[in-house]
Design a protein around this ligand. Structure first.
Ligand code: FAD
Ligand code: SF4
Length: 453
């Protein structure tokens, strides 16, 4: 079998190339640009963009505040609904959410740049260290939050505002969840995830305990016995297996692990990448892994997706971003086996697929794509260890409209619950709303589910 290149290695590019490749995807608007962008808003009285935003930010109001030269007031309008509005401004697929619904989003026009305006306002306030919230008088109640991702942070902040004492437990060494370990590097440059964590925690009354894993270091029953309420925002810790021959070869990696390693690398030149990379999957993770592989200096990067373009979970914008960086996206291909040479990945054998009566079938026709590195981006799974009798549905935690689980005193939100859309902004909305529900329960003087030991 023909092989080109030298396999997987670090330092493919010069320091200047890494810096330029991983620079901010959408740099912040300057004041003049923000005023021009804000001026395009019609300030609709029944603003469809607000309905399309999972956190229901008052978008016409915050844009009007920018237009009248008040970005700090604008930031408060945003943070009132979404305390992680800074990160959401960077990572929301606005083309599917607020900007998709904008009345100016027509064949002739482009939508108001809501995401970029949101970033302008929130960055202005955060850089000036303007804090808008103080804690209510202490309620004397303690709430445990498991997971310091967007859902957990949003819940913790809202609970702290209401005067409750919060302890966040997280299995990792840093807070932020996928904002810190998953979001593409070029969407959150300059350590923004940690700056945002500091900004959120500045309210006070929130203690964070890192390297504390539910199911290993403590149980849900421990938390129920020690706290007045518990919020679970533990995301999706597992990954789907490929279940094809060669999956365990050196050079076959999980895309989420690859991205986490890249996000934590102090020097991008230390991150090893193949010359020919194949990414399996059709979602945001597949796009992010493929684009970042290209930016690290891979020569050929191919995404193989088993269905058509229209079925991809990655938005049209994300797909265009990938192709603009030179990534090839191939549809209707399923992995059949991963082929090795000298114990390392050499190629991937794929089989063509098609829909038969609405069901995906393989056609029997196969092909081989040369590769020295393969990333699996075929979906994450929920790890239910340590959750005892909690009711699950479709492999995730079942909740009601308030975020309550089947166990009294236990709420959940974000990626770990059933029915979500696996977006940062939705996790924030669910964390915030669960905190409001917990607060209502605590204010009503309800007793914890299990008597304090
Ligand atoms: C590669 C990738 C790229 C993405 N890009 C985007 C994007 O551009 N835009 C977007 O809107 N969304 C994106 N998403 C989705 C988004 O990141 C998630 O929807 C969001 O982070 C969910 O927030 P969460 O708080 O529910 O979970 P997470 O962010 O996963 O946080 C969960 C936290 O819980 C902790 N934890 C887990 N298990 C335990 C345990 N047993 N004990 C203690 N702590 C635990 C984890 O360490 C973590 O800190 C992306 C996801 C991935 C994987
Ligand atoms: S949080 Fe996201 S969806 Fe909501 S207005 Fe801001 S950018 Fe749009």
């Amino acid at each position: 079998m023909e092989r080109l290149g030298t396999g997987i290695r670090a330092g493919r590019l010069s320091p200047a190339e890494y810096e330029s490749n991983f620079s901010d995807l959408h740099p912040r608007l300057d004041k003049h640009e923000a005023l021009v962008a804000a001026d395009r808003c019609y300030f609709c009285y029944d603003a469809p963009c607000m309905t399309a935003c999972p956190t229901s930010i008052d978008i016409p109001l915050f844009i009007r505040q920018i237009a009248t030269g008040n970005p700090i007031g604008s930031a408060k309008t945003i943070f009132d609904q979404n305390i992680l509005g800074g990160m959401c401004a960077r990572v929301c697929p606005t083309e599917d959410l607020c900007e998709q619904a904008c009345v100016r989003n027509t064949a002739e026009e482009r939508p108001v740049e809501i995401g970029r305006l949101q970033r302008y306002a929130t960055d202005t306030a955060m850089e000036a260290d303007r804090q808008f919230y103080s804690r209510a008088a202490s309620s004397g109640k303690k709430v445990a939050v498991v997971g310091a991702g967007p859902a957990g942070l949003a819940a913790a902040h809202r609970l702290a505002v209401k005067g409750h004492d919060v302890v966040i437990y997280d299995g990792k060494a840093k807070s932020g969840g996928l904002n810190e370990y998953g979001i593409a590097t070029y969407k959150a440059v300059d350590d923004f995830a940690q700056k945002e964590v500091d900004y959120v925690l500045a309210i006070g009354g929130i203690e964070v305990r890192h390297d504390q894993l539910l199911g290993r270091d403590f149980s849900l029953a421990d938390l129920q016995s020690q706290y007045d309420a518990v919020f679970l925002g533990i995301g999706l810790a597992g990954v789907n297996a490929l279940r094809v021959e060669g999956e365990n070869l050196a050079g076959v990696d999980d895309a989420v692990d690859f991205i986490a390693g890249l996000r934590q690398a102090t020097d991008k030149g230390d991150v090893a990448i193949g010359r020919r990379v194949v990414v399996l999957g059709g979602g945001m993770t597949a796009i992010d892994a493929a684009v970042q592989a290209k930016l690290l200096g891979a020569e050929e990067v191919t995404i193989c997706y088993r269905r058509g373009k229209e079925h991809m979970n990655a938005s049209e914008f994300e797909q265009d971003l990938a192709t603009s960086k030179g990534v090839i996206i191939r549809h209707w291909l399923a992995p059949k086996s991963i082929l090795a040479q000298d114990g390392k990945v050499a190629a991937i054998e794929v089989e063509y697929t098609k829909l038969v009566d609405g069901r995906l079938s393989t056609t029997g026709e196969t092909g081989v794509i040369a590769a020295d590195q393969v990333f699996k981006a075929i979906g994450q799974t929920f790890d239910a260890s340590g959750l005892g009798a909690l009711r699950m549905e479709s492999g995730r935690i079942a909740i009601d409209a308030d975020g309550k689980t089947s166990l009294d005193g236990v709420w959940a939100g974000g990626d770990c619950v059933v029915g979500g859309d696996d977006l940062t902004v939705s996790a924030v909305a669910q964390g915030r709303d669960a905190a409001e529900s917990i607060n209502r329960m605590l204010a009503a003087g309800a007793q914890p589910a299990v008597a304090v030991a």
